[in-house]
Design a protein around this ligand. Structure first.
Ligand code: PLP
Length: 441
């Protein structure tokens, strides 16, 4: 009660309309969540869940477990919830994050950049809100293109200059970053109107579309350059759990002594993409700002899907979750069914399928993720080849231009995703692609 009273007094002292708006949609939900059941609330503008048509539900998990929502739980699932995410999911994920990455910032004070987290509606929402928070028109933003088209779609409308940092099959090249940054003097970083970039974005594992994974040494060097130029690094890592080899690579978050990493995680590739569950991890003052934006836009990620995932994870525990990822129990594990023989996909079965393309294409075997980035020899731009000829032959790939900063520049690459098709389908697809390329030469 004293806690609630303190919150109310703080709110009364706040005063501005903006903060009163916060009070309406956010603080009341927060207070209610923490209140004993005996609290009588006439405060919240929430609908009465007794009027909702859904009563209860149970969801069968593939391992035989049941997730059950009784009437009380169902009422909660159908109601507004906290903008930062439901507490039990957040706590579970914070513990996982600490165990996997041991972030130096975990025990810092809030002002020094203590690690904090919030739930987002897929990592795409997190990324988009992080960019909107940090990037102003005219800002210089660093990234290693080709890159995820969703990132380009979120950044380009912000009117920033996207600067390409050279990269190869091991991701961003530190020497290339140093070269790009040498246009500026680190002494100018904090001067008013400085044009020194403040944000660097990268996909460290199984990059989309390139399949590239960054080495630990490169991450250390990039982090050091970020310290020199006081850059924030956005570590977009939805393929972290799809690394083919153990131990999993150390993350930027695990190296973050300064509180300059904002990491986005996703459950899309390992639990469900349709449930839309992702996470932002970063320094508390910045995560707080993302939560303010969530309050003003989506209000929160679906309470129902958060509760569903939270029940699953609490039932599994960290060990069960990691077993699911590893596919220890291949028979029962949907992940290994979805990514068949994940560990063996490279180099054997996929490489075999690719043999038919060996005269007409070049590629690197990825160490993580779902994508293969193929350079088509002798074809300057793959747009027509893929969008017209390949379609006719019933094989669907993505022309590489989609992932370039300037998508109309000619691009000789195509992206193949190997997550959804059977080895036989992949085999056939590459036969068709190879024949097409030969015809067009
Ligand atoms: C690199 C990268 N980041 C972010 C996302 C967004 O994922 P989601 O919003 O489903 O978590 C994707 C999806 O494909 C991706 O490839």
């Amino acid at each position: 009660f004293i806690h609630c009273l303190r919150l109310f007094v703080t709110i009364l002292l706040l005063g501005t309309w903006g903060q009163l708006y916060m009070f309406r949609i956010y603080v009341v939900t927060e207070i209610q969540q923490r209140s004993p059941p005996s609290m009588i609330s006439l405060a919240a503008g929430a609908p009465n869940p007794n009027t909702f048509p859904f009563q209860s539900c149970s969801i069968q998990v593939k391992n035989g477990d049941m997730l059950t929502f009784d009437e009380t739980m169902m009422k909660r699932a159908l109601q507004y919830s906290s903008s930062s995410g439901i507490p039990e999911l957040l706590t579970w994920m914070k513990n996982l994050q600490k165990n996997l990455h041991n972030p130096p910032t975990a025990n810092y004070s809030a002002e020094k950049g203590q690690m904090d987290m919030c739930v987002t509606t897929g990592s795409q929402e997190g990324l988009c809100k992080v960019f909107e928070m940090l990037v102003n028109p005219g800002d210089n933003v660093l990234l290693d293109a080709p890159t995820y088209s969703g990132t380009l779609a979120a950044l380009q409308p912000l009117g920033c200059n996207l600067i390409n940092v050279p990269s190869d099959q091991h991701g961003m090249i530190p020497g290339g970053l140093k070269e790009v940054l040498s246009r500026w003097d680190p002494a100018d970083v904090h001067k008013p109107h400085s044009t020194v970039p403040r944000v660097l974005y990268t996909i460290p594992n199984g990059g989309n579309p390139t399949g590239a994974s960054m080495t630990t040494q490169r991450k250390r060097e990039v982090y050091e350059l970020a310290r020199q130029y006081d850059l924030l690094i956005i570590e977009d890592d939805p393929y972290y759990f799809l690394q083919f080899d153990k131990p999993w690579a150390p993350t930027f978050l695990s190296m973050d002594v300064d509180g300059r990493i904002i990491r986005t995680d996703s459950f899309s590739k390992i639990l469900s993409s349709g449930l839309r569950i992702g996470f932002v991890t970063g320094p508390k003052p910045l995560v707080d700002r993302v939560v303010l934006h969530i309050q003003a836009s989506t209000m929160h990620t679906s309470t129902f899907t958060q509760l569903m995932v939270s029940q699953l994870l609490h039932g599994w525990g960290q060990e069960g979750f990691l077993n699911h990822i590893d596919g220890h129990n291949k028979k029962e594990n949907p992940c290994t069914k979805q990514y068949p023989d994940l560990t063996f996909l490279f180099p054997s079965s996929l490489s075999l399928s690719l043999c038919v393309c060996v005269d007409v294409a070049e590629w690197h075997s990825p160490a993580a993720g779902m994508f293969l980035w193929i350079k088509v020899k002798g074809v300057a731009d793959t747009q027509k080849l893929i969008m017209e000829k390949a379609m006719e032959k019933e094989v669907l790939l993505v022309p590489g231009g989609v992932f370039m900063i300037n998508s109309s520049d000619p691009c000789s690459y195509v992206r193949a995703a190997f997550s959804l098709s059977t080895p036989q389908q992949i085999d056939e697809a590459f036969k068709r692609l190879s024949a097409l390329i030969k015809e067009s030469l």
